[in-house]
Design a binder for this molecule. Structure first.
Ligand code: FE2
Ligand code: FE2
Length: 235
């Protein structure tokens, strides 16, 4: 069983395969994490963090709704393997939520950012070295490509922000995906307008309202169904 890191595009099943799509996102994440560590100002750090969030949240949400259920079906120890990465995803969601919620920069901000980078790197290693090669063992190239197309389609419409309260597993996360994605993408648009100081008297109330709507959606009971207690926000 070889790590995805050591395989060529052809060995991964070609450009459409879920394995090569995963690997190229992971390479981009590694670049962003190095950019984050080199950030000289708070402004640069925040800008890179936003880019990391927009990359990792849809990526992970689509893993949780599309890929891990397949792994649970085809591998005897799929439950335990996927739970471990879901716990990493949950920690990422909670760390980012805590960074977003802080009013003033807290003294342990640097520690939380360092922990975030460490968990993201750990998640990539678990997926590239263990989880995805195990999946590769069980699926044909054609199946890897079909899964790649499905994962990509879901990734494109998945939430772009941290959501620690919804389930990390179906059915809760699959049901919550669309409403959360709509609110997240509206918030992303409002944030861009705010950064450019466009109509602050309209944009700021809209940002506050969307923030409240997002939190309310997260707490909707059906969206918490399927959760393992170890990945629950209260767990
Ligand atoms: Fe991944
Ligand atoms: Fe992941």
């Amino acid at each position: 069983m070889r790590s995805l890191a050591d395989q060529t595009l052809d060995e991964l099943g070609g450009r459409l395969s879920v394995l090569s799509r995963q690997k190229s996102d992971h390479i981009e994440l590694d670049r962003l994490l190095r950019e984050l560590e080199a950030a000289g100002t708070r402004w640069e750090e925040d800008r890179t963090l936003q880019r990391i969030y927009r990359l990792v949240f849809p990526h992970a949400f689509a893993e949780e709704t599309v890929l891990w259920p397949v792994i649970r079906r085809v591998l005897a120890d799929g439950q335990a393997l996927t739970l471990e990465v879901e716990q990493e995803h949950q920690e990422v969601n909670e760390l980012v939520r805590s960074l977003e919620d802080e009013k003033d920069p807290s003294p342990d901000r640097a520690t939380r950012i360092a922990r975030l980078a460490a968990v993201l790197r750990e998640d990539v290693r678990d997926e590239e070295d263990e989880l995805l090669p195990r999946l590769q063992d069980r699926l044909s190239r054609r199946q890897l490509r079909a899964l790649g197309v499905a994962w990509e389609a879901v990734r494109r419409v998945s939430p772009t922000r941290a959501h620690p309260v919804v389930a990390r597993r179906p059915p809760g996360n699959a049901l919550s995906s669309l409403p959360l994605s709509v609110v997240d993408r509206l918030r992303d648009g409002a944030d861009v307008l705010a950064r450019h100081d466009v109509a602050p008297h309209l944009v700021e109330p809209a940002q506050r309202r969307l923030h409240q709507v997002g939190r309310r959606i997260e707490r909707t009971v059906p969206f918490r169904r399927g959760e393992d207690p170890s990945t629950s926000a209260e767990g």
